[in-house]
Design a protein around this ligand. Sequence first.
Ligand code: NDP
Length: 481
Amino acid sequence: MQKIQNYINGELVAPQSNQYIDNINPATGKVYCYIPDSDERDVELAVSAASKAFPKWSAMSSEKRSGLLIKLSELISQHIERFAIAESIDNGKPVWLARQVDIPRAVANFHFYATAALHLSTETHSMGDTALNYTLRTPVGIAGCISPWNLPLYLFTWKIAPALASGNCVVAKPSEITPMTAFLLSELAIEAGIPPGVLNIVHGYGHKVGKAIVSHPKIPAISFTGGTKTGEDIARIAAPMFKKLSLELGGKNPNIIFADCDFEKALLTTVRSSFSNQGEICLCGSRIFIERSIYDKFKNAFVEEIKKIKVGDPLQDESWLGAIVSKPHLEKVLYYIDLAKQEGGKILCGGNQISLMGENSSGYFLEPTVIEGLSYNCRTNQEEIFGPVVTIQPFDEIDEVLMYANSTTYGLAATVWTENLTRAHTVAARLHSGIVWVNCWLLRDLRTPFGGVKSSGVGREGGFEALRFFTEEKNVCIRLA
Ligand code: NDP
């Protein structure tokens, strides 16, 4: 069976422990490869390689760095099918989704930041005849990048691309649940000619490898995407060390549908925004609020659409939903469905685990689930479920729905459906959230700031924000007269 290796100092190497962790295919429930059970010794080797590589990489011209990252982006592009199949097997997501979204986005992340870094400029502040200030912007040194399992290569590259493009070396850890495409990336990094030590990928558990990265004194910046609880643990270690921190955390996103919406568009997009990637996207809208006058019409049409969804083998193109990423996660989602019932919720469709045939008979499949009849402030409507489960409820007034929408501790993304321009602007302005989509969902421009407020995170990724995060500013003041 295949053994994934760490990528340290330009080489694919075994972990110091020589121990491996089972990697399970969620669509079959069976082990299909092994991943390194690395620890702080591997992180130490990675940091040492990164420290050695940093002076040359940071001094390299932006154009040359950009060229290497574009080469890497092109290599991924040439292997889209291989990466898509690997992502689908590792994560359980439909292969068509990985082919259309995840892997092309990883290509775009490298391409975007390879070119964006060429346009990053700094400011000067003139004090007339007295003095001139200019700002130098330099890479932080070694960046620690830790990413989750839901969009494995997509989110992994979203961090390491800006870190590398702005002249840093990287020590990165993908989720131990979905390590395969990061491993394939390390093979391509070698082929692209990324110098040894510039990018290091250490596989293993969060509490070992992740913690060792976060607490390492030579890593001054941590970029993390994952759960809010893990974000808290990381902040607790990193804050007293005065590290730069970018935290992209959980969400419980509202989807607000007004009666004057374009009904068909709102309906079909809401199917996607609720259940794409088995609902395992931090931006999925999990609380749907529908203006009362169209509540029954929307509810019935929505449930009809959901019933048409085919859950199946992720490697088959006709499967619209694949497997839940892991057994513990499936159990977590089932727990919340049960909790919703206890809280008085009525299951309109779904709610059950699915048994498929043949190879997939032990896989982790779940019906897309719609629940109504819950109060806005019950646990089901306040806590992140992160699966194919949405709640729906009616509202009458703007103030009322804004109160519902803003009632959680999260504030990542929100969706608003209305043809009334004034209402769209008013509601967007009053939502407590880092991202608002009006009459669309997941329409992404990589230049825009990306991130959440409240317990959904600290800082912004995207565009120049990420390049600023991975660099330090120094003001130089020159006396003229
Ligand atoms: P986790 O927080 O469990 O894990 C994220 C990463 O952190 C994994 O690589 C994990 O390793 C690692 N990790 C775990 N514990 C520690 C630790 N103590 N120190 C350092 N690293 C650690 O999140 P999930 O992987 O379960 O991802 C789902 C979560 O991610 C959801 O809450 C979702 O909302 C959020 N998310 C947020 C996004 C955003 O942009 N705001 C985007 C996508 C997801 P290991 O796998 O070994 O546990």
